[in-house]
Ligand binder design. Structure first.
Ligand SMILES: [Zn+2]
Length: 109
């Protein structure tokens, strides 16, 4: 048994009604909300942001951040591959440098 009363008509409310309501300033739509009102006199008791659309927006932003992070991750991965390739080329390059160095030494003598 419910005991809460409507502040306008004083009736005990066993339930409250809701409807979607646009939230806007003079010209622009800000968001879609839900208004909760007395089923007897239609006095609005509270208005909430539509949690579904807020959740959808948060999900969209999280997905965008994940995409950005995975782009950065791919870049880092390809950089690591480059470094790995350079490292495996290093011994051959060192050998070449040593050969050139020895040749120069021999020319001096
Ligand atoms: Zn009422």
């Amino acid at each position: 048994m419910k005991t809460g009363k409507c502040p306008k008509c004083g009736k005990v409310l066993e339930f409250i009604q809701f409807e979607e309501i646009p939230i806007k300033d003079e010209k622009d739509l800000f968001d879609t909300g839900v208004s909760l009102f007395c089923p007897y006199c239609q006095t609005i008791l509270s208005v909430l942001l539509n949690t579904d659309s807020v959740a959808t927006e948060i999900l969209f932003n999280v997905k965008k951040i994940l995409d950005d992070v995975s782009d950065v991750f791919l870049e880092v991965q390809s950089f690591r591959n480059d470094v790995h390739n350079l490292k495996s080329d290093l011994p051959a390059a060192e050998l070449k440098i040593q050969k050139v160095f020895h040749r120069k030494k021999r020319k001096k003598n």
